[in-house]
Design a protein around this ligand. Sequence first.
Ligand code: EPU
Length: 327
Amino acid sequence: MYRRIDNTFGIEAKANRWLEYRSEDELRRIVPTLQGEHVLHVGAGSNLLFTKDFDGTVLHSDIRFVSPVSMDADSVWVRVGAAIVWDDFVAYSIANGWSGAENLSLIPGEVGASAVQNIGAYGVEAKDLIDQVECINLSDGTRRVFLNEECNYAYRSSIFKHELKGQYAVTYVTYRLKKSFVPHLDYGNLREQLVSNPSLNAAAVRQKIIEIRRSKLPDPEELGNAGSFFMNPIVTREQFEALRVAYPLMPYYDVPNGVKIPAGWLIEQCGWKGRTLGRAGVYEKQALILVNRGGATGEEVVRLCRTIQQDVLNKFGIEIHAEVNLI
Ligand code: EPU
C-alpha cells in the first residue's frame, strides 16, 4: 500500500509502507520486519527534500511524553518523547519557568530530529541543552543511551546524521534547562531589540524570536520550504582575508575552526534572491531558503540548488552544501 509522505516542501512523494509506533516496545516488535528493507525514519518532514518516491518503509515515532526527571539547585532535566513538537516543548519549558530553549522558539520539527540535526538559531544549539539521547538500534532492537559527548555534535551535525546514519531511532531526549533565566543575546542585533524591555525574561526572548522568524521565514502552509536549504560555509582564515579585500562588507562570524560566512549573503550577491527556476525559487526575504512556488518536483528544487551552488563557487570559490536531507 502506498502512502504519501508529509513534508513541508509540499513535494509529492510516496513510500511502500508507513509505520508509526507509540512505545519503545512497539518499535522493538517492528524491527525484525524491517530487515532487508530500505528504511527512512522521519519526523515532521521539515528538513527533507524528496527527489523520488521512497522504495521502502517510512518509520515515524508517536512517542509522546514530557516530564522533569531530576533537579538540582540551578537545573532541571526534562525527558521528552521523540514525537513531541519541538516548539511545544519550548513553550512548555517557558510556562514552567525554565530557560535555555527560548532562542530556539518556533523551529519546525519534532524533538527526535532536534537531536539528529542539532537544530540551532540565535546563538544556541540543541547540543547546548541535550543531556542524553535514548535510541533503539534498527538492526537488532537493542537500546542504547548516548551521552551528549558521545553524539559528536557540531554545527547542524551529529553522529546520527553521519557515522551512524540510519542505524538508530531516537525515542527520548533528555534536556537540561536552567531554573533561572540566563540570556543569550549575542546573535545579530537581538540585544538591541530587547534592551528596551525592562522585565527581560525567557518569555520575552521567545516572543521576540517568534516575531523575527515570522517576519523573515515563510510559513510552509503558504509556501512550501524546509527552512535554511544550505548550511553556512566555514572557510579558512586565509581564504576569508582574501575575500574581505574584494568584499569589505561581507558579514562573517569567527568560529573555532575558521570563519563562517552567511550563505544567504553569498546567494544574494549572486543575484538569486527572489528568483525562480521552473517551479522552485529563492525566497524574497531570505536567500538561504528555497521555496516551492507551487507543484515543484524534488528534481526542480535540486536543479535550482545545483545552479546556485555552481554560481557561488564560480563567484567566491566557496562550496556550499545542503542542510536539507535529499532523499
Ligand atoms: N543575509 C543576506 N541576505 C540574505 C540572508 C541573509 O545578506 O538573503 C545576511 C544577513 O544580513 C546577516 C547574515 O546573512 O548578516 C545572517 O542572516 P540571518 O541572521 O538571517 O541568519 P542565517 O545565517 O541566514 C542561520 C540559520 C537559521 C537561523 C538563523 C538565526 C543556518 C543554515 N541557518 O541563518 O536557521 O534561524 O541563523 O540564528 O545556520 C534553519 O536552519 O532552518 C534556520 C532557519
